[in-house]
Ligand binder design. Structure first.
Ligand SMILES: Cc1cc2nc3c(=O)[nH]c(=O)nc-3n(C[C@H](O)[C@H](O)[C@H](O)COP(=O)(O)OP(=O)(O)OC[C@H]3O[C@@H](n4cnc5c(N)ncnc54)[C@H](O)[C@@H]3O)c2cc1C
Length: 99
């Protein structure tokens, strides 16, 4: 989001709610782990069959809105399942979990 000069308006209001969707995850959490972010501020991680959902930081995985950006719950469920398998493979060397 960028400010557009000359478009300012003053509106009277008793209550203002900022409903800003699609503005990336809370940066402080990613920065606390020093996780590399993509161009939209999400945790950078692939969905590759091998090594997917792993971030730039060893043993830190990301899935769902944190990785993809704000999206749909069906994507979050899919990514959660696939990430669980990726973590299982990472820990155990192989996994029987469905992908
Ligand atoms: C208002 C709104 C309406 C939506 N409507 C729809 C819809 O109609 N249909 C649809 O398909 N999708 C909808 N979505 C999108 C959908 O809800 C998300 O894509 C989905 O919930 C993402 O799942 P997630 O598990 O990736 O993240 P989340 O569901 O956001 O889960 C992340 C979890 O991490 C927790 N957390 C955060 N920080 C920390 C921390 N520091 N320590 C521990 N826990 C932490 C949070 O409390 C949360 O429980 C909507 C989203 C919003 C905000």
């Amino acid at each position: 989001m960028t400010e557009v000069p000359g478009t300012e308006q003053i509106l009277k209001a008793d209550l203002v709610l900022l409903a800003m969707g699609f503005v990336s995850p809370v940066a402080a959490v990613l920065e606390a782990f020093d996780v590399e972010k993509d161009g939209r501020g999400n945790a950078r991680a692939s969905t590759d069959f091998m090594g997917g959902y792993a971030t730039s930081v060893d043993k830190v995985f990301a899935a769902g809105d944190m990785r993809r950006g704000q999206s749909l719950v069906v994507w979050a469920i899919r990514e959660g399942r696939q990430a669980a398998r990726a973590v299982d493979e990472f820990l155990m060397g192989s996994s029987d979990l469905p992908r």
